[in-house]
Design a protein around this ligand. Structure first.
Ligand code: DGL
Length: 257
């Protein structure tokens, strides 16, 4: 079984990518909706939540933890991950690998305020691709819109446009560096246009997950996903069904904090 967590619904974009590559594995997804949005929280608080979520997944017996929250990865870059039995796949490292392999040179990073504050994206990209120029921009308005299910309206389009307008004009790629943002990809595509690549780190993250599964011979499981929230179970069930195209598998509420 593979474990994933995020502050909320954004992590479903990672679950989708992992599920596409590993249809036979059991997945356990934790959405810490009691504390969403993470992006406005202080580093100490985010570190406490990171430790709780990682330990909880580890205690469930997962074979690996597939990070589905950029903000938590950015905090781990500062504080480190807690010591657990399961190996942890970092999402920002996956984004850096994707940028390196594709050869982009001027990269915009749209992320939460907390992620931007750490500078973890620029640090991790430059560690493997020192020539890349990285500009990080916070887009705090977007997570609450996705959590509220406001995906299509004019207010959402304007919020995406406002975030993109703060990026340098000459970027050749933009990393959607919060897992909530790919849910709004149609808006990003329309606003950024065909000349700017949109990078979803979840694609590389899913590829690395499949490689880890093969390298460690992690046995396939039930092919089912167990969805857990620390927030409102009924609202979560409806959101999962909407965003995962009807998949309801096993949705539950579970208070870990
Ligand atoms: N989806 C998360 C991320 O990837 C956090 C969003 C939030 O709760 O602010 O950064």
């Amino acid at each position: 079984m593979l474990g994933l967590f995020d502050s909320g619904l954004g992590g479903l974009t990672v679950v989708k990518r992992v599920r596409a590559l590993l249809p036979e594995h059991a997945l356990l997804f934790l959405a810490d909706q009691a504390h969403v949005p993470y992006g406005d929280r202080a580093p100490d608080d985010l570190h406490r939540l990171l430790v709780q979520n990682v330990r909880w997944l580890d205690q469930q017996g997962v074979d690996a933890i597939v990070m589905a929250c950029n903000t938590s990865c950015a905090i781990a870059d500062e504080f480190g991950y807690p010591e657990v039995r399961a190996p942890i796949l970092d999402l920002i490292e996956s984004a850096a690998i994707a940028i390196h392999d594709a050869g982009y040179r001027r990269v915009g990073v749209l992320a939460t305020a907390a992620t931007v504050e750490t500078g973890a994206y620029a640090k991790k990209i430059r560690a493997i691709a020192p020539h890349v120029r990285v500009d990080e921009v916070a887009a705090p308005a977007l997570v609450p819109l996705v959590e509220a299910g406001s995906l299509d309206g004019e207010a959402t389009r304007l919020a995406v446009a406002e975030a993109c307008a703060r990026l340098p004009r000459d970027v050749d790629a933009v990393i959607l560096a919060c897992t909530h943002y790919p849910v709004l990809d149609a808006h990003f595509a329309a606003i950024l246009g065909a000349g700017v690549a949109r990078i979803d780190p979840a694609i590389e993250q899913a590829g690395r997950t499949a490689a880890l599964v093969a390298a460690r011979s992690i046995a396939p499981g039930t092919g089912r996903t167990r969805y857990v929230t620390t927030g409102d179970g009924d609202a979560f069930r409806a959101s999962v069904q909407r965003l995962m195209g009807g998949a309801g598998d096993e949705v539950e509420r579970f208070q870990i904090h």
